[in-house]
Design a protein around this ligand. Sequence first.
Ligand code: NAD
Length: 513
Amino acid sequence: MATTTQAGVTSAHAGEMKKHKMLIGGKWVEPSTGNWFESVNPYTAKPWALIPRGASEDINRAVAAAKKAFYDPAWRNMSATARGHLLRKLADLIAGEAERLGQIETTDNGKLIAEMGGQVKYIPQWFHYFGGLADKIEGRVIPIDKPGVFNFTREEPVGVVAAITPWNSPLLLATWKLAPALAAGNTVVWKPSEFASVSALEFGELFERAGFPPGVVNIVAGFGTEVGETLVTHKDVAKVAFTGGDKTGEHVYSMAARGLKRVTLELGGKSANIVFDDAELDEAVKGAISGIFAATGQTCIAGSRLLLHRPIYDQFVEKLLAMARTAKMGNPIDPNTQVGPITTQPQYQKVLDYIRIAKEEGATCQLGGGPAKRPECGNGWFVEPTIFTGVKPNMRIAQEEVFGPVLSIIPFDDEEEATRIANDSMYGLSAGVWTTSIRRALMMSERLEAGTVWVNTYRAVSYMSPFGGYKRSGIGRESGMEAIREYLQTKSVWIDTVGNAPNPFIMRMGGQG
Ligand code: NAD
């Protein structure tokens, strides 16, 4: 058996690890290549599981299974209420497995168990919410402007949905796609990240247990260029729901465009967290810490640009540094750990490269600024929580997504300047505003170009509230009522009710009866 690491290196540990399979057409199958690759635990930097290395042939089989399931009466004729029931049953099964799934993700991508525990326990809410929505997908009767016709709309599923997810929150981000896609009656082929596939492959079993017909959900693991592209360009895929980096998103968008597919993209960010002089400063300090060091900064909504009102600048930086210095690094499986490892070796190198670039650009490193060599960090890919002051809005460190625990601090004088700096970004995923003034809160939430604005809080999400990006942060919305529309297409039905056909040589336009 050939096994390679994510970097393509042949491994000596293959025998000790669980060898996963892929879910295609309701069966657990081996990859057509006969090859597996290793998933690495970022805390130990050692492989711990074997992932099937899917190929185009596996995608073709999975899409064929999803297409067959889409037209199969077992799914197509299932009532919307029964579909909703399946989603709610799945939610209950996830709740029962939450602890195990949380531990798998922590081992696979290094995200804190302290966060994963809550995150996986919250995932069922999406399936409950969209399960509840399944039988509330309704069309309209339109009081058309012509006599003798009855016009109504139907909201129908789009077909086979390709779901592609990144490594930072695999189950949560897949849930944001799967729950509305299935509630709307679509079928799915899900490709998780090659850096964090284990939880996806374990999760697959729950669809079977909940009673979804075979082929409604298929999971193919593998690399973006090997299976991702085949999936995106497959002629039988009607819609691509992608979460990942903006450069990959741009490529996925252009590939999908060639097939005229529907697309939603959840991409990166460079979010501004803005603190005014009237803010509750201790709360805002916690908000700034949560914005950049939670999830080790590996979150699309990281508040990686901290904009500080000049009157409180010195005082705030001092408080922030004091709290950041107390951050407890270490094994993410320890519930007391506050900052874990970087998930992948290439990402670790990227974060260190950005720290070097920031120093070369003339930013002042106030904290951290390199690899963490603390004993509790073991052999993992750890970077010290890093804070830069003296950052100019046009520096690369203020413009580009680092996706790590690196904060850029920029001062401002008034609302106008704060708005200008915050919006001077190719991204627009989220923003934070810290103020006790209702006027400022409303004014800033109106002016900021971002899909989410948090006032006096940060990093809050819910199944009920739409989430998505402005500008290069994405297209479309996930969660909330908006999300289900992304998985439906509208059909307009006309019925003649009088049988008195008008002139057949002209179109029936307004006023022509
Ligand atoms: P990535 O873009 O490298 O990969 C994302 C997924 O795309 C993976 O499954 C990967 O295998 C696949 N992929 C890669 N190349 C592909 C190709 N050519 N065709 C089809 N699929 C391909 O992103 P990542 O490094 O895994 O994740 C980090 C990025 O994700 C960050 O930029 C982050 O901001 C973003 N992200 C966004 C959100 C959001 O909701 N907006 C949430 C989490 C992460």
